[in-house]
Design a protein around this ligand. Structure first.
Ligand SMILES: [Zn+2]
Length: 106
């Protein structure tokens, strides 16, 4: 990581106080200027936007995984209909193997 130059003035961003109510000016020193305003590395609008974009992408990927898991769970539950609980594991494996064998022959 490259070393950034401290501009000798505080960051312009307003942040929550330690109680989560009210705001105060960021206590970090500014290291860059954007649109005539000075920011620390954390509050650099470009960095903030990049972090938000990454967060949204991670949320979308997680949501896609959760949706796929729901679909798989429902498919498994449907596959188990009619199988007594005490025979569930062997029955499910037997039915899944049968399903895959049948799909190979299609
Ligand atoms: Zn700041």
């Amino acid at each position: 990581m490259s070393k950034t130059k401290n501009l000798g003035v505080p960051c312009c961003e307003q942040v929550h106080n330690s109680f989560g109510v009210g705001f105060h000016q960021c206590q970090r020193f500014a290291v860059l200027v954007r649109d005539k305003r000075v920011y620390c590395k954390q509050h650099d609008p470009v960095a903030v936007e990049a972090r938000q974009q990454a967060s949204h992408e991670k949320y979308a990927a997680d949501e896609a995984r959760r949706k796929a898991d729901r679909i798989r769970t429902i498919a498994c539950i449907r596959a188990c209909v009619g199988i007594p609980t005490e025979e569930l594991d062997p029955g499910l494996v037997k039915r899944l193997l049968s399903f895959f064998e049948d799909s190979k022959n299609d």
